[in-house]
Ligand binder design. Structure first.
Ligand SMILES: Cc1cc2nc3c(=O)[nH]c(=O)nc-3n(C[C@H](O)[C@H](O)[C@H](O)COP(=O)(O)OP(=O)(O)OC[C@H]3O[C@@H](n4cnc5c(N)ncnc54)[C@H](O)[C@@H]3O)c2cc1C
Length: 362
């Protein structure tokens, strides 16, 4: 396949096609406006979008996984419309995802940054894999599954997915079709609230939530590479369950679609360090704002915003690097270690907390 090198900065793409995948997820097929070859990506990586949304004073930056295997003609993103939280019906619904659903159609132009991300399938290996997902967390798994099929690899692959029911379940027929035709591919769908017309054995395979007991029963042994993506409670249960089952950390690969939550049970938190060491001072040097760190904040970005400092941000999960800034003094620690940064004084404030008094150049 003919692919180009990656590009720097923004490249404009035109939406070629939009396809409904479920009642809440639509796919957007993108072609480069310049007509030149696409850059190759690894299955599991994402694109970063800069969205100019009417009424927003700043560009809205969001990241969406490439939901198909590398294809020379298009990129595909599959995006779930995020409603307001159930317990907060008055807050605005998700800005970026609703913009896509309400305003992005065939012919729309999008500003896109090149593929990146360190959550991807090693396509060179033939180790058996389990692709585990909840909800829209299945987009990287679809890309991985399609890539395995595309490469002709015979590696044993389990695609195990949890959804509410068939109404919101995207890519069901696609996955079933692939796995039914190939003996090395297996699928299992768990519905927590099947509809009366959902037929067990066809639409879905079991009722409830994706649990360790289900995994142990389906897989029989743990000699797999595990890829996990879904809502934080699901991730925490599966990650710790896999460790308890004896799966080494090095064989568990995961990605959060929101702020990275602390997965590991029993982690010593910054909170306890603060109790041991006394208050931590945070100085935002560029804004002239100094404040005592409040350990109830999950990251420096949230804390900065609460002090009236308005840094740039995008994915809020250490992926897009929009919040990258310089630390002048002190030390921070990451909730979840990001990909290597170029300079020793570069930090990402969306996924870190201060470890000592810090001076940050924003
Ligand atoms: C690496 C990566 C890959 C991703 N891939 C995908 C993908 O393939 N498909 C996909 O659909 N998503 C994906 N995501 C998630 C995506 O980037 C966005 O986070 C998601 O679409 C929500 O963004 P939004 O702008 O719609 O919502 P936001 O505007 O960020 O809002 C998020 C939620 O907060 C609520 N909210 C708004 N204001 C308040 C308030 N004041 N108080 C409380 N709640 C509030 C909103 O109603 C909404 O429910 C990915 C994320 C990452 C990090």
């Amino acid at each position: 396949m003919n692919f180009a090198e990656s590009w720097a900065g923004i490249r404009n793409f035109i939406v070629d096609q939009r396809v409904a995948e479920s009642s809440v997820i639509d796919s957007f097929y993108l072609k480069p406006k310049d007509g030149k070859p696409l850059a190759k990506f690894k299955p599991g990586q994402f694109l970063t979008y800069e969205l100019d949304i009417l009424g927003q004073s700043q560009t809205v930056v969001r990241t969406y996984t490439l939901s198909d295997c590398p294809h020379p003609e298009y990129y595909r993103a599959s995006i779930k419309r995020e409603p307001s939280p159930k317990d907060l019906p008055d807050v605005p619904s998700g800005l970026g995802s609703n913009y896509f659903h309400d305003f992005v159609h065939a012919g729309s132009e999008l500003k896109v940054k090149a593929p990146r991300g360190d959550f991807f399938l090693n396509t060179e290996a033939d180790t058996p894999v389990v692709l585990l997902s909840g909800g829209v967390g299945q987009t990287p798994m679809i890309s991985m599954l399609n890539s395995i099929v595309q490469s002709g690899s015979q590696r044993e692959t389990w695609f195990i997915h949890g959804a509410l029911n068939s109404k919101v379940h995207a890519f069901r027929n696609h996955v079933r079709k692939l796995t039914m035709k190939r003996s090395h591919l297996h699928s299992h769908f768990v519905y927590s609230d099947p509809l009366s017309e959902d037929f067990q054995g066809e639409d879905f395979d079991s009722t409830g939530y994706l649990s360790m007991s289900l995994l142990e029963r389906l897989l029989g042994h743990n000699e797999f590479e595990f890829y996990v993506c879904g809502p934080p409670p699901f991730m925490k249960i599966i990650y710790n369950g896999l460790l308890d089952w004896g799966v080494p950390d090095s064989r568990i690969h995961y990605e959060f679609f929101g702020p990275a939550s602390v997965l590991k049970e029993g982690n010593e938190s910054v909170q306890s360090q603060v109790e041991n060491q006394g208050a931590i001072e945070v100085m935002f040097a560029g804004s002239g704002v100094k404040a005592t760190w409040d350990p109830s904040f999950s990251c420096l970005l949230d804390f900065a915003e609460a002090q009236g400092v308005n840094p740039a941000f995008g994915c809020r999960s250490g992926m897009c690097h929009s919040c990258l800034c310089k630390i002048k003094e002190g030390e921070i620690e990451y909730n979840d270690e990001p990909q290597a940064l170029s300079e020793p004084d570069d930090i990402l404030i969306c996924c870190s907390k201060p470890k000592t008094n810090v001076v940050i150049a924003i």
